[in-house]
Design a protein around this ligand. Structure first.
Ligand code: NDP
Length: 276
């Protein structure tokens, strides 16, 4: 368990604070599984949960947050509009449905889940409307490459606060991180644990040195790069240990050694090829 105060918050470009560590709940079952994961996370010090309409577990996320006894405003909740819900009116409807499932009157961060083919501009304009109307505290995107961001910023008014993309030692997104930083957009890493594929000698060696696990080492590496991490687990011990990353620091040499592990390898889809 870490004190929520030990988890740094990142100030987004609209002044909202976002905890640098959150719990991801992709593939976590609606009902008891997600309620347990969120409860354990909150008990372990997490104050940030990352869900999406696609994950079909927003209801359990909302319930677990209410049951935790921690005030709603102390927990940062992200959800996302799915590809099939894109378009201005459809997005407004999808948001309304997400909000009802969560049982909240606002969400902290609403993201366009993937750029898809050609509707992300009108979709994002609906997010701007939700922001103006006070239903969301911040808006952003996910799986956007530089060219998507360039077009978005040319055709809309609100600079996204974050871009949530696949990011881990095998796909470091260094150029995108630099680009986003230059625009005031924070990079947020999905699959920060490489989907659990962590058995690599350099990571194991660093973990042994600090009395940590390879999972903690890769999360720490991204935290030191200023990236937000949202590791997923449904197991109490892992949820706890994945948060216990704020009491050690990788050296510059270790950061460089991990930097050399980049292979441009994706566990997920390339956004330019995920066109629906
Ligand atoms: P992660 O990299 O977080 O890996 C999750 C996997 O790692 C699970 O199989 C989990 O198993 C395992 N795991 C968790 N902790 C440990 C540990 N300490 N040691 C070894 N294995 C571990 O992948 P995700 O795809 O879940 O990404 C994280 C979050 O990012 C998602 O849950 C979701 O919120 C978001 N996401 C966003 C996407 C987007 O398009 N915007 C796409 C994909 C994810 P177990 O549960 O059994 O512990």
């Amino acid at each position: 368990m870490v004190s929520p105060k030990a988890v740094p918050s990142i100030k987004l470009n609209n002044g909202v604070l976002m905890p640098q560590l959150g719990l991801g709940v992709f593939k976590t079952q609606e009902g008891e599984e997600v309620r347990n994961a969120v409860r354990w996370a909150i008990e372990a010090g997490y104050r940030h949960i990352d869900t999406a309409s696609l994950y079909e577990n927003e209801q359990g996320v909302g319930e677990a947050i209410r049951e935790s006894g921690v005030p709603r405003e102390e927990i940062f909740v992200t959800t996302k509009v799915w590809n099939t819900e894109q378009g201005y009116d459809q997005t407004l409807k999808a948001f309304d449905a997400s909000l009802k499932r969560l049982g909240f009157d606002y969400v902290d961060l609403y993201l366009v889940h993937w750029p898809g083919r050609d509707k992300y501009i009108e979709t994002y304009k609906a997010l701007e409307k939700l922001l103006a109307d006070g239903y969301v505290r911040a808006i952003g995107v996910s799986n956007f490459k530089e060219h998507h961001l360039e077009k978005l910023m040319a055709e809309t008014n609100v600079v996204p606060v974050v871009n949530q993309v696949e990011c881990h030692p095998r796909l470091q997104q260094t150029a995108l991180l630099e680009y986003c930083t230059s625009k005031g957009i924070v990079l947020e890493a999905w699959a920060p644990l490489m989907k659990g594929d962590l058995d690599r000698p350099a990571l194991v060696r660093m973990a042994e040195k600090y009395g940590k696990t390879p999972a903690q080492v890769v999360l720490r590496w991204n935290v030191q790069r200023g990236v937000i991490v949202i590791p997923k687990s449904v197991r109490k011990e892992r949820i706890e240990s994945n948060a216990d990353i704020f009491d050690f620091e990788l050296t510059a040499e270790e950061m460089a050694e991990i930097a050399a592990m980049d292979e441009n390898f994706r566990y997920g889809k390339d956004p330019d090829e995920f066109l629906f």
